[in-house]
Design a protein around this ligand. Structure first.
Ligand code: NAP
Length: 516
């Protein structure tokens, strides 16, 4: 049993003063840690970031920060087994842990490489050549990107304690902004261990971690600070309305839940490779991390004439899923993060089932290998089908578990209307070998998506899949997905910097931007 989980503040590890919130092992139900921030001096932590962290990072140029980020990734790489072991306690199989741990390390490496190759050997970025503003050539303008005098507060969801932390840390670190991480309570012990591994690879104050609640911390934030939030739409709405954001204009980026879709083209009849690609991808998205992925496919749109065949194909694949304790031979799907999460998913499934029917799986019962089905947070994969396209639930209710709903569509017009009902998603897929169909779907659906994957026989071999955000590309989405852009290559670094237009004589502007 672990003691109360410690927070990493002002360069040292400190425990909260009360019993805290108990966090149970997702597989056995045993206590893993207690999480408390009671009595911790968060104001001192913010001050430490603003002074020590900002100064230390400010001394590094972009390539030096990129080197620090690369060192972070390499240190984690060497000790990733420790993180896999802890992830298993949160219900993650080795494949799930790889998505979080290796995915996070890969993300940090991509950012480090993008920065090394593309950012100047300097602490500021000049975005453009002089823009003439007068006829005589004595007056021009340029845009500068400089480090704000603030901090990045990152608030993460429980499902990706490592990747979620690193994908936010990377752009902030490259921008020279010190980070305070607030991991989600159910998996804070994994995030804290990752910070233990990387802390010494970073300059003092570049990273701190608060395990537990952060009362009063928003009161200390303002216009120079950046808040990066990942979690539910409800929490995003609450935090977005804090005066730190509404009055003092702290930058606020939200990644929330979304009802992501996958679309099967009418050309993809049984026997075509795309038919199988669609069914395989759906089952992958339902079972990796037991469906606890913000990008997982919740709505599977299928031509009405193919829905029976698709249902059969998906059911046949789900029949091969083995639910059980991570690490036990043969197990292909682990547990949800905890019993409370399972209760939430069951409640959401009940609402979804009212709009149609459950065609595979029983929310109340699942056969489990290597663990107790009730003590652990196990749940069967659940495939639903909603033939009545007038129902709203499949487009509104997110069951954050191994759950997806098959929905029929008649034609493109109806398909677009149904896609739009999700009100904005992180990721969508179109699975078809008909390029004209793909074009019409993508152009119609783009406004509702942060990312769209086109999957067919030609790209499948190298495809990174529906659910995997790529650090080079946008991760985020409009509307219900939070309206943010968390990853987007170097754009995510620029989002942490202040853009200032400077105007004057071109030679004066040259002096301002010179390194000395
Ligand atoms: P959540 O309950 O909204 O919590 C998210 C984070 O906010 C946690 O760290 C939580 O801390 C913190 N929090 C809650 N209330 C707060 C407050 N008043 N002040 C400051 N922080 C506060 O979401 P979750 O259950 O962890 O995550 C599941 C949801 O996240 C799903 O809906 C999923 O779709 C979404 N998600 C989105 C993405 C994405 O990239 N878009 C990625 C992963 C997950 P505590 O844990 O201590 O309460």
């Amino acid at each position: 049993m672990m003691d109360t989980l410690q927070s990493y503040l002002e360069g040292s590890w400190r425990a909260g003063r009360d019993e805290g919130v108990p966090v149970a092992d997702a597989v056995t139900g045993q206590l893993v840690a207690r999480v408390s921030s009671e009595g911790l001096d968060l104001a001192a932590a913010v001050a430490y970031a603003r002074h020590t962290g900002l100064a230390a990072l400010g001394e590094l140029t972009f390539p030096q920060r990129a080197a620090a980020l690369k060192a972070v990734a390499q240190t984690l790489q060497e000790r990733r087994q420790e993180l896999y072991d802890l992830s298993a306690r949160a219900g993650a199989t080795r494949r799930d842990a790889a998505v979080d741990v290796d995915g996070g390390i890969g993300t940090a490496l991509v950012y480090a490489s993008l920065a090394r190759k593309n950012l100047p050997d300097h602490t500021l970025i000049v975005e453009d050549d002089p823009i003439p503003l007068g006829k005589g050539g004595t007056f021009a303008g340029r845009h500068l990107l400089t480090t704000p005098r603030g901090i990045a507060l990152e608030i993460n969801a429980f499902n990706f304690p490592v990747w979620g932390m690193l994908e936010k840390l990377a752009p902030a670190l490259l921008a020279g902004v010190p980070t305070i991480v607030k991991p989600a309570t159910p998996t804070a012990y994994i995030a804290a261990h990752a910070v233990r591994i990387i802390a010494d690879a970073l300059p003092p104050g570049a990273i701190q971690l608060v395990a537990g609640r952060i009362p009063g911390l928003f009161d200390l934030l303002g216009g120079q600070d950046h808040i990066g939030f990942t979690g539910s739409a409800a929490t995003a709405a609450r935090l977005r309305s804090d005066p730190a954001v509404t009055r003092r204009s702290a930058r606020f980026n939200a990644e929330a839940d979304s009802l992501n879709c996958s679309v099967l083209g009418p050309d993809a009849i049984p026997g075509q490779p795309e038919f199988d690609l669609f069914a395989d991808a759906l089952v992958t998205e339902m079972t990796v991390k037991a469906g606890q992925k913000c990008t997982a496919i919740r709505r599977a749109f299928v031509p009405v004439q193919l829905i029976d065949a698709v249902s059969e194909a998906v059911e046949a694949r789900l029949a091969r899923v083995v639910v059980g304790a991570p690490g036990v031979p043969g197990v292909t799907m682990g547990a949800l993060v905890g019993l409370a999460q399972r209760d939430d998913v069951r409640a959401a499934v009940a609402r979804l089932a009212a709009a149609g029917s459950i065609v595979w799986g029983d929310p109340a019962k699942v056969e489990v290998v290597g663990a107790d089905a009730e003590r652990g947070a196990f749940l069967s994969p659940l495939l639903l089908r909603a033939d009545d396209t007038g129902r709203t639930e499949p487009h509104e209710v997110e069951a954050f578990g191994p759950v997806s709903t098959l929905l029929p569509y008649r034609d493109l017009e109806q398909l677009h209307e149904l896609i739009a009902r999700g009100e904005g998603s992180l990721a969508g897929s179109v699975v078809s070998h008909d390029r004209d169909f793909v074009r019409q779907v993508v152009l119609g659906a783009a406004a509702y998506h942060g990312r769209i994957l086109v999957l067919d026989r030609d790209s499948a071999g190298e495809s990174t899949g529906h659910g995997t955000p790529m650090p080079q590309l946008v991760h985020g989405g409009p509307g219900r997905a939070g309206g943010g852009e968390e990853e987007a290559g170097l754009r995510a670094v620029y989002a942490h910097l202040q853009r200032t237009a400077i105007q004057g004589h071109p030679a004066t502007l040259d002096t301002i931007i010179s390194k000395e």
